[in-house]
Design a protein around this ligand. Structure first.
Ligand SMILES: C[S@@+](CC[C@H](N)C(=O)[O-])C[C@H]1O[C@@H](n2cnc3c(N)ncnc32)[C@H](O)[C@@H]1O
Length: 328
């Protein structure tokens, strides 16, 4: 997207929405995966994104989008979009469409989060400030709570969720959002170096982060990379790369449960070599990742990085850790 000064900027930072649905009559036949493809296409049109490819297994449909990813399991909907997409304009449509098409008539929890944008003025007016985003969500949900973690005048991470007991089955989300990337590590995410998504996945070492995962990867022209990986049980990893040196950004997200995330963190940092990153771990009481939060509190340096901020939040049924590191 062109900035006011006429230069090009791509906003890699994603808006991330996760919604858990239920049926008040406990109708076990309700399933988000019964919703037809054309309905998802119509929803994504509102967001200003489109489907590029899809993989599936018995538990999940995973879509790579023109702007990031979408994951659909029986009761859980995840949409992650970057650039100047208008994700929150689609929430009302999503709730109504899900009710009509598959019978889920209740939202049991919602998580909307994002890092601060590098250039918020390039976003649709709704997404230019977190206050506006919160106001839209508050009009739709009772009991919504909005938080900001990190430094409001530097790097921070916004979260909107419901102040309810929410999801009771084990649930966890781990995110590493990285920027000021090492140019050398970014070279493979361009068509000049890699032939296609598969080649970039192999050359970069992404294929070794979680071995055995089913991968769907895309390399954009002339540069940029997106991948989804799925594992049985509704588990996913998703990685998105904006390699342009002046706005470089990479995101890694997964719901794979871990009692400790340290090994995974070191693998991801080894592949991407960011100048700075922030990390969030979200886990409910039933998740084994719940214990990892305490462990992360102890880590104030990681090979070559030192910690700038660390915060811990305790919600009704979820625990959250936010940490920001930069190269020492
Ligand atoms: C792959 S997407 C992923 C963005 C992601 N949220 C991230 O972490 O950076 C963005 C990258 O792909 C490039 N790209 C090339 N063609 C694109 C297209 N048609 N739509 C979106 N991005 C495209 C962008 O310039 C940017 O480097």
């Amino acid at each position: 997207m062109a900035t006011a000064a006429g230069s090009y900027h791509y906003e890699g930072t994603e808006k991330l929405l996760e919604v858990w649905f239920a049926s008040t009559s406990n109708d076990e036949t309700c399933d988000l995966r019964k919703i037809r493809r054309e309905k998802w296409d119509a929803l994504l049109k509102i967001v200003r994104a489109e489907i590029i490819s899809m993989i599936q297994d018995d538990d999940m449909d995973a879509y790579v989008l023109s702007e990031s990813s979408m994951f659909i399991t029986k009761k859980r909907f995840i949409l992650k979009t970057c650039g100047t997409t208008t994700l929150l304009l689609a929430v009302n449509h999503l709730v109504q469409m899900v009710k009509k098409e598959c019978g889920f008539d209740k939202v049991i929890d919602i998580f909307y989060s994002r890092k601060n944008f590098a250039q918020p003025e390039l976003q649709h007016h709704l997404h230019q400030s977190f206050d506006k985003e919160v106001s839209l969500l508050d009009d739709m949900f009772q009991n919504g709570s909005a938080y900001v973690l990190g430094r409001m005048n530097k790097d921070c991470w916004y979260l909107y969720t419901l102040d309810d007991c929410g999801v009771e089955q084990p649930d966890q989300t781990f995110e590493l959002l990285m920027w000021d990337m090492c140019p050398k590590s970014m070279e493979v995410f361009a068509m000049k170096v890699s032939q296609d998504g598969k080649d970039a996945t192999k050359r970069s070492g992404i294929c070794n982060i979680i071995p055995g995962i089913k991968i769907d990867d895309t390399l954009f022209d002339p540069c940029g990379y997106s991948m989804n990986g799925i594992l049985p049980g509704g588990y996913y990893i998703t990685i998105h790369v904006t390699p342009e040196p002046h706005c470089s950004y990479v995101s890694f997200e997964s719901n794979v449960p871990r009692a400790s995330y340290e090994n995974l963190i070191m693998k991801v940092l080894g592949v991407f070599n960011p100048g700075k990153f922030l990390m969030t771990v979200f886990a409910n009481s039933a998740s084994i990742a719940h214990g990892s939060l305490k462990q992360l509190e102890e880590i104030d340096t990681l090979e070559g990085y030192s910690r700038n901020d660390h915060q811990f939040c305790s919600f009704k049924n979820y625990y959250l850790t936010y940490t920001q590191f930069s190269k020492s």
